[in-house]
Design a binder for this molecule. Sequence first.
Ligand SMILES: C[S@@+](CC[C@H](N)C(=O)[O-])C[C@H]1O[C@@H](n2cnc3c(N)ncnc32)[C@H](O)[C@@H]1O
Length: 421
Amino acid sequence: MSPSGPQVVEPAAGEADAVAAQYEAYPYPARDPAEEARRLITGSPSRLLEIRHYLYGGRALPAGFRALVAGGGTGDGTIMLAQQLAHAGVPGAEVVYLDLSAASRAICTARAEARGLSNIRFVQGAIEDLPALALGGFDYVDCCGVLHHLAEPAAGLARLVAVLKPAAGGLGVMVYGQYGRSGVYELQAALRTLGRDLDLPARVRLTKTLLPALPQTNRFARNPVLGDHRRSDAELVDLLLHARDRAYTVPELAALAAGAGLEVAAWIEPLRYDPATYLPAELHARLDDLAADERAALAEALAGNFKTHTLYLARTRTPNPPDDAAIPTWVEWDGAAVAAAVKRDRALAGAFDGLPLRLPLPPRAAAFAELCDGRRSLAEVDAALARRFRDLPDERRRRETVEALRVFGGLNRLLLMRAAA
Ligand SMILES: C[S@@+](CC[C@H](N)C(=O)[O-])C[C@H]1O[C@@H](n2cnc3c(N)ncnc32)[C@H](O)[C@@H]1O
């Protein structure tokens, strides 16, 4: 397998049936509807605030907002979207769940019932059959972890674009990343040989016997990024025994999007796709004349650990600049807690898929974090900072705000909303 070319599992006879049978036997991801009483699973793509920030210029979602979750699986994206839409009170909003798998749909339905959600319509069917399904137009399409399993991802994406309304926001997509999946494809091939005459449950057992015995030099064994297969059999099957999957590099994915007439509105998390994150300061000037997709491709090549790519796509990007009217809003982070951590560490410490990162922040970042309460506009935050730090030159204060937004926003945690007109 060439390290620079696409990693493709060649189509084989009966492959489509094998994909469908896999998700009937092992609905993905493994979920227990009883857990809904305890927590809401959230993530990217498709948090409501992300859809607003990246696809609607920060504005409120339109009344009658319709989202399609294409390949909804056991329901993580569907349940999150439906719950957040219900909570936000978007009038007439509806989520349409579409999946091939009856077993997956049953789990998602039970999760929706456990939450008392009544804003989901369930459809069993294939993305490829969307024209015949006549589901109407959508403002947003979620397609998370699905395109890379289709026989023809470009044709599948075209089907999704075709159901977007003319004024739609766009799509939230996740597909596998090539470099972070180092070792997966040769292990899949080895398992196909070893388990050639076995049914899927027997191949699961075989895989569990093999994994702890892999030679230390095996690329999968040496890949620190991949751990999903330890969580459940469904995840093990998805990673190592899939009937059909492929992985994308950034340029391949950018080409897929362009082929569907789409622009990349955002790579998630933006800071992760910024090569400056991985380069010493003396090399930052080398980035100046690179286009956005070139920067993202460089970040991927440098980091080497992107096992998935999450991105927002739109027919035309809607700008959402950090102007005076923008309202910085924390996403599942608490401004006071962020401020306390920043005061203590004078930086944000964290990790991107096993890569530890320490992100330096400007001196007034803690005060900035605390002032961002989802109500104050950037102009109001700036005025409050000016009152608090009277001796600080205006230009310096504003530069610090830009830098704090670059880090907090780049982590996809501080997003810009706008008040209703
Ligand atoms: C890896 S799961 C992802 C589930 C969910 N989107 C998530 O992220 O948790 C892939 C799902 O896509 C569904 N699927 C695969 N091919 C499909 C197709 N052609 N049309 C509709 N659904 C499909 C499978 O049945 C499975 O439930």
